[in-house]
Design a protein around this ligand. Sequence first.
Ligand SMILES: [Zn+2]
Ligand SMILES: [Zn+2]
Length: 390
Amino acid sequence: MDAKAAAREKLDSIRPRITELSHKIHANPELGFKEVKAAAWISDLLSEEGFDVKTGICGLATAFSAKAGSGPLSVCICAEYDALPAIGHACGHNIIAAAAVGAGIAAARAADEVGLSVTIIGTPAEESGDAGGKILLLERGAFAGMHAAMMVHPAPFDFLTPKIIAASMFVVRYTGKEAHAAAFPEMGINAADALTVAQTAIGLLRQHILPTDRIHGIITKGGDAPNVVPARTAARYIVRSQTLAELERLRPRVYRCFEAGALATGSTLEIVGGDRPYSEMVHDHGLVALFKNNAEMLGRSFPELDMPADRGVVSTDMGNVSLAMPSIHPMIGIDSFPASNHQKEFTEQCVTESADKAVYDGALAMAWTAIDCARQAAIRNRLLARSLPK
Ligand SMILES: [Zn+2]
Ligand SMILES: [Zn+2]
């Protein structure tokens, strides 16, 4: 039997279990670095399917790697499984995880025959925005020896090369001094005013940044009582630019807005994190072309989306992986429009029949792409020529 047909037969045989895995993760949303159940369910399934599974790798309790096959070409498939606060799996990472598992199992069926080894890397906390799972796993060697990386991400439409830009998330804390807000307000130092000044400064800054930049955040602590001058406030902000280089120019300008808040009010400022940003994504066009062809064989189509450069941008730590090795991050459509990622309406769309089909199609298109990489001499040799050092 042809390798691709064998991979498809294997995926068909485990399709109910992959669908069940997607639904189970969806019904049990877990936040970044706390994805205990999801990581265990995935690891157990891959163990049963004969993968060599290592859990809690690189000092991360909810990361894992699972390897099968012994061929010279090492392809890794990234599985994400973290959810968002309050709105659950509104980014559909249950679909990403189940598709990755399906792809790995299907590709493993043909791996030795075509000269492939396939590793599913469980990458926690993609939604964290700073020092995400893939960044820590890259730093700590989980991707060593890999020649290429891939994953699929659900979206309203099929889209091969989403605009993935650099991003940096950080926490801001101001400390002032409490006082009775009516009796002795002159004795207080208002840490909430510091945030107001900072937000005003950021609002003015917006006139002078690139249309492709993004600055957005939330106040996570604004005070404790209206009759007490707030002494401790906090916020979480994300700054994004097209590339890491542009981000490094924008981020200090935003920090200065927060410094302005401290200066104006006499509060002290602390900024935590932001130093391990998500990078822009470099899509490997050879791998993209293979994935496109395989997805089209399954009946998917990729019309040109006429999207301006500053619209529809996202960020992911898969960008960092793409700077280390040839990578793809196609969006797999679940027919959810107008519901889109990070809306609770999208959460509901991530366990529909269309979502389940995206799991299957994403899995098979990735498995076939891995098989193509091993069988087609030109791309195989290009990938083998360079791998992340062990
Ligand atoms: Zn997301
Ligand atoms: Zn996502």
